[in-house]
Design a protein around this ligand. Structure first.
Ligand SMILES: C[S@@+](CC[C@H](N)C(=O)[O-])C[C@H]1O[C@@H](n2cnc3c(N)ncnc32)[C@H](O)[C@@H]1O
Ligand code: SF4
Length: 408
């Protein structure tokens, strides 16, 4: 068991719901019940403390929804409450997701004072027409203004989220978006292909999107541009300047443990060698009514599902993994995955370099095939379907089973 643990906090409200978004996010009421929600979060955390006994907090991530809708006093109260319950690592990374449409002057200074030392801004695009088509509440200028606010608050460690393969977007348009993002000098860039998610407005009335071949060309163009500007790809959709990888997300992808508090949050913890998943009640109203903690569930992950769960995360990483890490993180023998890894290597989807196993470039392109190969304790790898896998976002408030059901 690691000496450290991460904490994910879900804040479920947004100014309005974007038509492409299937996160557990909801149009905010006239007044967000900030104090009641923070109290519920801390009660929720109390219920999870047994999972974190003897461990210190390496990172906290406030995700959403739009956490930047909460005022700094509520955020400061939340961190005080967490610190009363769990020790923080000296170099704790504390990230907040923010929407550029919600950051008036002075807001980031107050957040920094509360303890935020990393911000992830949802930029999505720098083209006013695209932002409009995506139903965003901000224009391109507000992204630049938000970055100015970040810099004046001394938060140089920030990420920009971009999406590509947008309605009517051209390859040139996708590159121009990325150029605009790079010009703002973020420490980190996340690039997601826009996907049509069940239950969203776009799913029911799909806009015309670039086809898969064009999306792949866009991705390759953008990867070249990012590399040329010193952003190294370390995960299927994440790029960073040297030393600026997101430690919180790296922990998910390395199959590390994390507590998940807030409406619909998911967590994972290893207790006495067993991997446990936690899941909190999804509706913000019911979550608040139950005062947090109530209605949460715990499920031990059956041993037969651990190879898939491990691979669902680690195969996203450019650094790959070693079998020793697989054994340590799952408690299983390497024999549970070695035959499958060898078959995938034979097909040119995985490569072995010394002790490390890494997806090949082709493997990354067909990541779903790779992950599916570990779905059960099957020894026969299913025939490759070679369906292009869009670089998508892994989010702990999304159920991993939902990701499986999304697989083509
Ligand atoms: C919780 S939001 C980030 C913060 C804030 N809510 C915002 O949108 O500005 C997480 C990110 O997921 C990405 N995302 C959401 N829905 C997506 C979809 N259908 N396809 C691709 N990326 C998506 C967007 O880039 C978004 O910034
Ligand atoms: S993309 Fe962000 S702002 Fe839009 S609904 Fe989803 S969580 Fe809210």
């Amino acid at each position: 068991m690691d000496a450290q643990i991460a904490v994910y906090v879900h804040l479920p409200w947004c100014v309005r719901k974007c038509p492409y978004c299937d996160f557990n996010s909801h149009a905010a009421p006239a007044a967000i019940p900030e104090d009641a929600y923070v109290a519920a979060l801390l009660a929720d955390l109390d219920g999870d403390l047994d999972l974190a006994a003897g461990r210190e907090v390496a990172s906290i991530f406030l995700g959403g929804g739009t956490p930047s809708l909460f005022g700094a006093p509520a955020i400061a109260a939340l961190f005080r409450g967490v610190a009363e319950r769990l020790p923080f690592a000296a170099d704790v990374e504390i990230t907040m997701e923010a929407n550029p449409g919600t950051v008036e002057h002075g807001r980031f200074e107050a957040y920094a004072e509360a303890g935020i030392n990393r911000v992830s801004l949802g930029a999505q695009s720098f083209d006013a027409k695209m932002l409009d088509a995506l139903g965003r509440i901000h224009g391109p200028d507000e992204i630049g203004a938000a970055v100015g606010e970040l810099r004046s608050a001394g938060i140089a460690n920030f990420n920009l989220d971009l999406m590509y393969a947008l309605p009517g977007q051209t390859r040139e348009g996708a590159c121009a978006d990325l150029q605009s993002a790079i010009a703002l000098g973020p420490a980190h860039l996340s690039q997601y292909q826009l996907t049509l998610e069940p239950g969203t407005a776009f799913f029911h009335r799909p806009p015309r999107l670039p086809d898969d071949d064009t999306a792949l060309e866009m991705q390759l163009d953008c990867q070249r541009l990012l590399a040329a500007h010193g952003y190294a790809q370390y995960e299927i959709s994440a790029y960073a300047q040297a030393g600026r990888q997101c430690r919180h997300n790296l922990n998910y992808w390395r199959f590390g443990d994390y507590l998940g508090i807030g409406a619909g949050a998911h967590g994972k913890a290893t207790v006495d060698g067993a991997v446990i998943r936690t899941e909190k009640v999804r509706s913000p109203r019911l979550y608040l009514q139950g005062g947090g903690g109530m209605g949460g569930q715990r499920h031990p992950v059956p041993a037969g599902e651990l190879p898939f769960e491990f691979m669902l995360n680690t195969l996203r990483l450019a650094e790959g993994f070693t079998l020793a890490v697989f054994e340590r993180m799952t408690g299983l023998s390497a024999a549970a995955v070695l035959p499958t890894l060898r078959k995938l290597a034979g097909r040119g989807l995985m490569a072995e370099s010394g002790e490390t196993w890494v997806p090949t470039e082709r493997g990354f392109r067909f990541l779903n095939d790779l992950q599916e190969a570990f779905l059960s304790d099957q020894t026969a790898v299913p025939a490759p379907r070679e369906l292009y896998t869009a670089p998508s976002r892994f989010a702990p408030e999304r159920d991993f089973r939902h990701i499986v059901s999304e697989m083509p």
